[in-house]
Write a protein that binds this ligand. Sequence first.
Ligand code: NAP
Length: 388
Amino acid sequence: VTFTARLGSEMLAALELARQGCFRVEPNPLVGAVVLDRDGSAVGRGHHDVYGGPHAEVHALAAAGHAARGGTLVVTLEPCAHTAKKTPPCVEVVLSAGLARVVIGAADPNDATAGRAAPRLRAAGVEVVEGVEGAACAAALARYAWHRGTGVPWTIAKWAMSADGRSADAAGASRWISGPESRALVHELRARVEAVIVGAGTVVADDPRLTARDAAPSGLPPARRVVIDSGLRAPLERRVYTETGDAATTVICTAAAAPERRRALTGVGVVVEVVAADPDGRVDLVAAFRRLHATGVRRALLEAGPRLTGAALRAGVVRQVAAFTAPVIVGGDTAPTPFAGPGWHLAGAPRLAAARASACGADALLEGYLGGPPAGPEPGPTAVSRSG
Ligand SMILES: NC(=O)c1ccc[n+]([C@@H]2O[C@H](COP(=O)([O-])OP(=O)(O)OC[C@H]3O[C@@H](n4cnc5c(N)ncnc54)[C@H](OP(=O)(O)O)[C@@H]3O)[C@@H](O)[C@H]2O)c1
């Protein structure tokens, strides 16, 4: 095996380590690192494990100790070189380890540090090899690059429909279209995002709790429940407002919402965010998703009804889709589909990238991406639920 091929396989091993931080390190990127001694034996491994904790290379170098001297660091993301954060810049830690060589997978999408590590290392006499398994390493940064670049959370739209494409019956009943396995998977997803979003219509019709009560504990704080309700029309007696438990609730409205409704919600512990209105007087969705991002939401699950799901898709704030199709037929002329509002001509209709279908109990799950695929394989909801 040539040394170059060896570096590639060590980089893939570092990527596997990186994935262990999935849903724990955000808003930071997933990063893994392997240290080889001067003879090429792996003597230290590490990954960025939790937000605010040490970076991957720091863990790997600590594990390697003196064996790192004269050796090689293989790291999926260029070491950080900026000081505007909680931990010291990794590039200094790397330099003090006395390595001969640093092998980097992907550049950092963060402009504050992008491209700064390699010159600093080279100036200190360290050999730098860049772009090893670069596409795979960039893929592991897909969520990070998305929310950094767009300022909106990585949002997964989920919907469930009948075999004939209806999201509810003609009377509006939608419980339960999908089977228990699909619902359990949705709870797993809720446990791995920072916000679960619905529209006022779903809160009024279904009175959902939007908690991850059936999911195995993920160790993460419970997702915030977010209701998009332009005029604050959903009654205060709904469970998202009364059953507070651990999960906080945020409502996003426009300035046209009555002040006494706002006060009443604030009075029961709900956070009310006021954003701009769109030309129809409804919540401007880009403004709403930006506000969520500004308040720390990096991953969100949109579980709304046809109106909000359709509007969110048209606004371009949905990045990933999980569509469940159940073996039930609703029929009729008035039962809704998962999308209200204007559609697309087939030739220009949004098509899921990197789509794949799988079975979820007796339901079919179709997953994929909008706005193009991530640069390589990225775990979808099914993979996520299995990755623990
Ligand atoms: N099968 C499924 O997966 C599924 C999932 C959820 C719900 N459902 C079903 O969907 C039905 C409810 O549908 P829905 O469409 O009314 O629910 P929704 O999409 O959750 O809520 C729609 C409401 O969101 C508010 N909204 C605020 N800003 C908006 C914007 N920019 N664009 C669009 N809407 C905005 C609007 O109310 P304001 O104008 O008052 O703000 C709108 O009426 C129920 O029958 C429920 O059972 C099915």
